[in-house]
Design a protein around this ligand. Structure first.
Ligand code: GLC
Length: 641
């Protein structure tokens, strides 16, 4: 390979040919800044095709940079000046299916006012790029990354929506499905018809020899939908790697053409106004015989190279990793070791979500505290995406050694949680459905809306005011944790109104076999009006959330660069989390019991404690209400900090 500096300058010279005036300077500055990242990462994965890949990457960069609108260039500058934009306590995320929320992209635009009621400034619209018709894994089987699902609107509508959101300070997050495409995607079609170039985009095998060898170490993701990780394709007479559903063909990222395709797609979408890319199923994109083909180091090199591309041509963009994996693997997605600061900016905190539900079931916070204590610290320039519910099932990611350290048995606890949330455990008011029972591992994941899992469905059926209040308090406790942890809290559509399970999915043939649709309801805008009536369930939930959000936005302590640390104490129903900020400490207290708990305020270790959630100064020993929560810092006289 040539000398890196010489190569950099050669590429820049080539780029200069197509620029005029000042814009070249900016391109050059960014290119010089990120070229080493690009070179290093691509060198790791494509050592034999490095120069060719770089040349083609440069071409993509040059075009994307030139096409970027004035508006987006301004955003690039703004975010370069405020690189912690996504770490601010002001960040409030909302996640919705465009059609279930507002029918179309234009409909979403008309509902921006509703998002503003919740101070939302980050909107994740669930997969909306053109999926295959019929069953498509909720849009995660994309057949064209450059078109929008036709019944939602067009690419122009997406651009208009992104612009309208930007005007209101709301960033737009879209899914980028990296691991696979729909079998109807042009690449798969060509591969199927024997085109060798495109066969190299996938993993296709003439017989079972290699699939059988790979299979020895692979997990099954959807054991009920499709056992195994390979599917026989009649047309090409090949076994095709399909980790998820048979119609989702895994891409071969060891082929630089695939990386280049995605680099181009990312910049194409970024130039339409997409701010954040949710890197779907990213853990699976590099396969290696003899391993489980998850979380391979090459995944991070590929991400680093894509990240560098975005930093050069569209630095307003952020990456969010969707890796539902063990803590030690997860933390890699935010950049460890050589990848520090170079991969995803955000990642889902799956473990925190699981632990919240676990402690709500057991009324005991020790395992939650243990898991947080053991969790590796993240790089200070990154942030967690925290959430109580999302569109997926909940898998009980309880670490066996965390459980053992708390005198518990991991497998027994996981089994208890499945029993509890499917309503089988005596006394449980949860209404979840078992998703993808795996007889080999005993795994039973759970589907269900936050409200139904928290007992609201049963409470409403019984018409029991006391139970309704407890369920709502449970939900508000969960959201207080999500909003108070630091990072971008993601409110999942419907949860702000405590929407229950929607069993109508059983009547739709393309959804009936996938019970995750039970917690993907449609917004009922007439019902949503009830949020304005403070005595209704909807009003209590919505108003409660608004209060939590208002408190969050006032607390600089919640900046995501800081870690939340466990403050151990003796009452196992209580969780205390502490954050140290130059402005002083913030201690959060959460009661996971359905009974009031005495709380001696000296435990906080804060002089003149002030609770930002109730607006009260605290003192002595107080009674913390069932599922009560407090965010406490020192009283400074103005009630703020
Ligand atoms: C992600 C999505 C999930 C989907 C899977 C396969 O995990 O969240 O809904 O089924 O990827 O694309």
């Amino acid at each position: 390979m040539s000398d890196p500096l010489e190569l950099q300058n050669r590429l820049l010279k080539q780029a200069a040919k197509s620029f005029r005036g000042g814009t070249l300077e900016l391109f050059e500055a960014r290119f010089k800044r990120y070229f080493p990242d690009l070179l290093e990462a691509l060198g790791q994965v494509y050592p034999h095709q490095l120069e060719d890949t770089l040349n083609r990457a440069l071409d993509i960069l040059r075009r994307a940079y030139k096409e970027r609108s004035a508006d987006l260039r301004r955003l690039d500058l703004e975010r370069n000046l405020r690189p912690d934009w996504f770490q601010s306590p002001n960040m409030i995320g909302y996640v919705a299916y465009a059609d279930r929320f507002a029918d179309t992209l234009e409909g979403v635009r008309e509902k921006i006012g509703y998002l503003e009621e919740l101070s939302v400034n980050y909107l994740h619209l669930m997969p909306l790029l053109e999926p295959r018709p019929g069953q498509n894994d909720g849009g995660y089987a994309v057949q064209n990354f450059r078109e929008v699902q036709p019944d939602l609107g067009s690419m122009d509508d997406l651009e208009t929506l992104a612009g309208a959101l930007r005007e209101k300070g709301i960033s737009l997050c879209l899914d980028l499905v990296l691991n696979h495409v729909a079998e109807e995607h042009e690449w798969a079609q060509k591969a199927r018809s024997g085109d060798e170039k495109y066969q190299n985009y996938f993993f296709m095998f003439p017989d079972r020899t290699l699939p059988d060898q790979y299979e020895q170490n692979l997990r099954e993701i959807f054991p009920e939908f499709k056992p195994g990780n390979f599917t026989w394709d009649e047309v090409s007479s090949r076994w095709v790697w399909t980790t998820f559903n048979a119609y989702q063909w895994d891409l071969n990222w060891s082929n630089p053409d695939v990386w280049l395709e995605f680099a181009e797609i990312i910049l194409y979408l970024a130039n339409r106004g997409v701010d954040v890319f949710r890197l779907d199923a990213i853990a699976f994109i590099w396969k290696k015989l003899g391993t489980n083909s998850e979380n391979q180091p090459e995944v991070h090199a590929l991400t680093q190279a894509l990240h560098a591309m975005a930093r050069i041509a569209a630095p307003a963009v952020a990456f969010k990793a969707e890796a539902i994996v063990a803590p030690a693997d997860l933390i890699q997605y935010l950049g460890q070791g050589a990848y520090y600061g170079k991969v995803s900016d955000l990642a889902y905190h799956n473990s925190f979500m699981v632990q919240i539900w676990s402690s709500l079931a057991s009324r005991d916070t020790r395992l939650l505290a243990e898991s947080l204590e053991q969790f590796p610290a993240k790089p200070s320039g990154t942030a967690w995406a925290t959430y109580l519910r999302c569109h997926d099932d909940i898998g009980w990611a309880i670490d066996d050694s965390d459980a053992a350290r708390q005198g518990m048995n991991g497998a027994a606890h996981r089994s208890f949680l499945s029993d509890y949330y499917s309503g089988q455990f005596p006394g449980s008011d949860a209404r979840g459905l078992v998703f993808q029972f795996n007889p080999a591992t005993g795994d039973r994941r759970i589907s269900g809306s936050a409200a139904s899992l928290a007992g609201l469905e049963v409470a409403l059926e019984k018409g029991d005011e006391g139970l309704i209040t407890l369920a709502l308090e449970r939900l508000l406790l969960g959201h207080a944790l999500v909003l108070g942890f630091g990072g971008i809290p993601l409110l999942y559509m419907g949860d702000e109104l405590a929407l229950l399970n929607d069993y109508s999915f059983e009547d739709h043939s393309e959804h009936a076999q996938d019970n995750r649709w039970v917690h993907r309801p449609r917004m009922d805008w007439r019902e949503a009006e009830k949020r304005k009536l403070p005595y209704t369930v909807e009003g209590r939930m919505f108003g409660g959330l608004q209060k939590l959000i208002a408190a969050r936005k006032k607390l600089p302590h919640l900046h995501a660069s800081l870690e939340a640390k466990v403050h151990w104490q003796d009452n196992r129903h209580l969780l205390l989390l502490e954050r140290s900020h130059p402005l002083g400490r913030l201690v959060q207290v959460y009661n996971f019991a359905d009974t009031a708990q005495p709380f001696p305020t000296w435990l906080l270790g804060i002089q003149n404690p002030f609770d930002h959630l109730s607006g009260y100064n605290l003192g002595g020993t107080l009674e913390l209400a069932p599922y009560g929560r407090m965010w406490v810092s020192e009283w400074t006289g103005n009630g703020d900090l």
